[in-house]
Design a binder for this molecule. Structure first.
Ligand code: 9D3
Length: 244
């Protein structure tokens, strides 16, 4: 059982995202719990302020440290076995290896920033890990937190059915996937490759491997350097380069 606690000034943003497909099923089966917390509920001043102007001047607003500290003290009073993550553009870029590390914690707290940023003391004293989901600018950490929840939840044993198994993910095998087709075999003159209809499983297997290698070579050559290729794969790759 995995428990997420999400701290946000817009907790309602999560509700629709959680009610579909695999995530919904995992929640219904009690394999994961997601607790949403409004940071504003932990602000103690009469205006319940969660942000304020930056010391030193300049534009924008900064999220205050007290409401976040109070929220954490209430949600994870003993921080044993909990991982506290700040979603921020300055974090380490999320990848599959990080998702696998995170899924080992029984409790994961995700703090979503808004405005120009978060008081540096949150980073210094309250957070275990800072995560970004990539080099593009969002309006806040909420969508990034949903990405983390999705990527981590599907790794919890039993969340995926056999058909959806995570062990063959392209970022686990290190190659991009081969092309997929389903019925009809011909749609106008758009045809499914003959080999897939041949029933010859060895031919299908080697076609798929070749397409995987080709696609990885063309789109993500960086991945080829990180994965173990067999001698057969290396020969196939040479053929692919000649054919292009
Ligand atoms: C002017 C500097 N900006 C940084 C690029 C300020 C800023 C912009 C947007 C600060 C925060 C945000 C809101 N984004 C996130 O909180 C965020 C994020 C993102 O924007 N991209 C990728 N991953 C993430 S995780 C959190």
């Amino acid at each position: 059982m995995l428990r997420f606690d999400i701290l946000s000034v817009f907790p309602e943003m999560f509700e629709s995202a959680l009610n579909y497909s695999i995530l919904k099923r995992a929640l219904e089966r009690g394999m994961v719990e997601i607790h949403l917390h409004n940071i504003r509920d932990y602000a103690d001043d009469k205006h319940r302020m969660t942000d304020d102007a930056p010391y030193g001047g300049g534009g924008g607003m900064v999220m205050k440290v007290e409401p976040i500290d109070r929220a954490l003290r209430s949600i994870v009073p003993s921080r044993d076995n909990a991982l506290v993550v700040l979603l921020t553009p300055q974090g380490e870029t999320l990848n599959q290896k990080m998702a696998e590390e995170i899924c080992r914690y029984p409790r994961i707290v995700l703090i979503c920033g808004r405005y120009e940023g978060v008081d540096e003391r949150v980073r210094e004293h309250l957070v275990d890990r800072e995560i970004s989901i990539g080099d593009f600018v969002l309006t806040g950490g909420e969508l990034s937190a949903m990405v983390v929840v999705d990527a981590v939840t599907r790794l919890v044993p039993g969340v995926l059915g056999n058909d959806e198994s995570a062990s063959f993910d392209s970022f686990s095998t290190g190659l991009l996937e081969y092309p997929h087709y389903t019925r009809p075999g011909s749609y106008g003159n758009w045809k499914v490759p003959d080999v897939l209809l041949s029933g010859n499983h060895r031919d299908i297997e080697s076609w798929r491997r070749k397409e995987s290698l080709k696609r990885t070579y063309l789109r993500r050559p960086d991945l080829l350097g990180k994965t173990d290729l067999s001698d057969e794969d290396r020969k196939t790759l040479e053929d692919i380069k000649k054919d292009l």
